[in-house]
Design a protein around this ligand. Structure first.
Ligand SMILES: C[S@@+](CC[C@H](N)C(=O)[O-])C[C@H]1O[C@@H](n2cnc3c(N)ncnc32)[C@H](O)[C@@H]1O
Length: 277
């Protein structure tokens, strides 16, 4: 990576430090992947009904983190490549592939550089999971990247935190209050976050994160303008992390939902699209 933007170096330092902590956390259940060859991550289990049969597909998982979702997709019969900019996340991901005896490939790249790093390789499936696109400044560049990674007829599957959820004040445990931009802004929201989303007593030194929100309409428009046909947009009343502390209940399916009035707000979404041009 040359001329690394500040948001990339800050976010990279943060993820590099968090990856080994996540790999040790029961939340990511790494040991279960090793002991049970059928085990799938909760995120992928949730996706299966919309994802359908992916066996035989050649897929790429953007922002694959420590590889638990990538390995799950491989277990569903796809041939998977995981891609991430964090060497320490990739170390964990490669170790998981080795320990589960799966041939999953992991590639080091910044998302927007993926088509160049992969030298024009084209895939049947681009998959992106929870907590990914908020680290990217431009949803249009992301959509262009996705389209360049797909063959004509190849499909995108993304489930992520809903932009309406990301616009809410997650520090207000009493009321749901809109505090942050819904629409993509040129400037990042910059956080100084001492912790992470798994329980740990690790004291982090890299605490600065740069994030962006992207409206659903902005994503759909960007995908269409890069030659993608929208096949589905589903808004869910759940999300797999405790996004609004004080307002949420953990259900048996591993998803958090609003404790009361869950019909008020979408918490995550799935978009499916096909490259047609
Ligand atoms: C929350 S994790 C991804 C989600 C996955 N659902 C999980 O929990 O395993 C976010 C990942 O995005 C990666 N990431 C963030 N910004 C990136 C960028 N610009 N290019 C490539 N990877 C990036 C981080 O290294 C991290 O592994």
């Amino acid at each position: 990576m040359t001329d690394v933007p500040e948001y990339v170096s800050a976010n990279l330092a943060s993820w590099d430090e968090r990856a080994p902590v996540h790999a040790k956390s029961p939340s990511y259940a790494v040991e279960k992947f090793v002991s049970d060859p059928e085990f799938l991550s909760g995120v992928v289990r949730f996706d299966v009904p919309l994802l359908g049969d992916i066996s035989g597909k050649n897929g790429i998982h953007l922002q694959c983190h420590i590889g638990t979702d990538t390995i799950s997709l491989e277990r569903l019969g796809a041939t998977m490549t995981g891609l991430d900019f964090s060497p320490s996340a990739l170390l964990e991901a490669r170790s998981l592939a080795e320990r589960t005896k799966l041939p999953t490939r992991f590639v080091h790249a910044e998302v927007y550089d993926a088509p160049t790093v992969l030298a024009g390789e084209e895939f049947d499936l681009v998959y992106t999971g929870i907590g990914a696109i908020c680290w990217l400044p431009s949803i249009d560049r992301w959509a262009e990247t996705v389209a360049r990674l797909l063959r004509i007829g190849g499909q995108l599957f993304i489930r992520d935190g809903h932009p309406m959820l990301r616009a809410l004040d997650d520090a207000n445990a009493r009321e749901l209050v809109v505090r942050y931009p819904y629409f993509e802004q040129p400037d990042a929201l910059v956080w100084d976050e001492p912790g992470t989303y798994v329980e740990t007593d690790h004291v982090f030194t890299a605490t600065i994160g740069h994030e962006w929100n992207h409206g659903l309409g902005e994503m759909i428009t960007a995908l269409i303008s890069h030659g993608m046909r929208i096949d589905g947009l589903v808004e869910h009343d759940s999300v797999p992390w405790e996004a609004l502390p004080g307002h949420m209940t953990l259900d048996d399916d591993g998803e958090f939902r609003l404790t009361s009035g869950r019909e008020r707000l979408p918490l995550s979404f799935t978009v499916q699209a096909t490259r047609i041009a």
